[in-house]
Write a protein that binds this ligand. Structure first.
Ligand code: LMR
Length: 331
């Protein structure tokens, strides 16, 4: 009788603690480095809203924008250590994970438009790239668009030779380093949160980014010229800590996956408009002169950058580059 009572108490205690473990609120700390009113910032907020709604508050998403919590490289380390659960670094910043194949997205003039790009990010090649992150303790949930990059500096940039001798801020990518060197510029890898001050202090003379990142960091205050060159792509991989993700109760994980699919469609649907609006705001600021390359000028930039792709074959993987080119050119 006594034994029965003990067993019963035990069973009750176990089921209560199991239920409370099931009910325990899950907190997702989502760290990123850009402003809230950018494509990434808005998509993060959309994910937050959808995730909290779908799980009826069992999940809380706390967003830390503008490098508030961690900066570029640190956020990758924080994710691996479990100090944050979710990040969305640009694809140019994944090399510390040993994932240099993502630098394929940095190759100049690789993707003629978003349609071509989505053939990769929404297709089997993109899925395979994300899948390989698992061996680093990370799950890649999605690709999010920002947009195509333009060059800026304190002098007009119409032809590649205009970049000669300029110190240009880049993200930490070998491909971007090679791009700037091919143009005769001196590349300097700086964290995103340091770019405004470095431009203001003249530590660097120019940079490259889509208009949304440029405008929301007030770079129009410190850069007199912005050339719409659309010479390369900037996008993100949304990453979560693998152990955290796999330990989630299955119903929660499925709800979060659905919220992420929705947030991804949203990110990709607003990115062009966000960049168009930012470009107009840069023009309207009257502080930065915006220049659109003519077709002839664009050809010159393309020509000046052709060596980059050839020289980066070994670094990125010739097979991957060729698979991507085939997928883009497929009917
Ligand atoms: C940059 O460092 O220029 C970008 O990666 C920032 C971002 O996350 O869009």
């Amino acid at each position: 009788m006594k034994l029965f009572a003990i067993l019963l108490t035990c069973a009750l205690a176990c089921s209560t603690s199991f239920a409370s473990a099931q009910q325990k609120q899950v907190v997702i700390r989502f760290s990123h480095v850009v402003a809230p009113d950018t494509p990434k910032g808005k998509a993060a907020e959309r994910f937050q809203q959808l995730a909290e709604q779908a799980t009826q508050g069992r999940v809380r998403v706390r967003i830390y924008p503008n490098s508030q919590l961690y900066r570029d490289r640190e956020e990758l380390e924080a994710l691996q250590l479990g100090a944050v659960e979710m990040i969305a670094p640009s694809l140019s910043k994944l090399r510390p994970l040993g994932a240099r194949e993502f630098e394929v997205f940095d190759l100049p003039f690789m993707f003629p438009d978003k349609e071509a790009l989505h053939r990769i990010t929404n297709g089997p090649i993109g899925a395979d790239m994300l899948e390989r992150l698992q061996s680093r303790g990370i799950i890649g949930l999605a690709f999010w668009d920002n947009g195509f990059k333009s060059f800026s500096a304190n002098r007009p940039l119409r032809l590649p030779s205009d970049l000669h001798g300029l110190r240009m801020r880049i993200q930490p990518s070998r491909v971007l380093d090679a791009e700037m060197r091919a143009l005769g510029a001196q590349p300097m890898a700086l964290r995103f949160g340091e770019v405004y001050d470095a431009l203001a202090a003249g530590v660097v003379d120019g940079t490259e980014n889509p208009p949304s990142n440029f405008y929301t960091q007030n770079m129009q205050d410190v850069q007199a010229h912005f050339t719409v060159s659309n010479h390369g792509y900037l996008g993100y991989a949304v990453l979560v800590n693998k152990k955290f993700w796999e330990d989630l109760p299955i119903d929660i994980r499925l709800a979060l996956e659905e919220a992420m699919r929705s947030a991804t469609r949203y990110a990709d649907s607003i990115s062009q408009d966000e960049n168009d609006k930012a470009l107009k705001a840069i023009q309207d600021s009257g502080k930065t002169q915006v220049y659109f390359l003519t077709e002839t000028e664009r050809k010159e930039w393309r020509k000046a950058l052709t060596t980059v792709s050839a020289n980066m074959q070994d670094h990125i993987g010739a097979q991957l580059i060729s698979n991507i080119q085939n997928a883009i050119n497929a009917p």
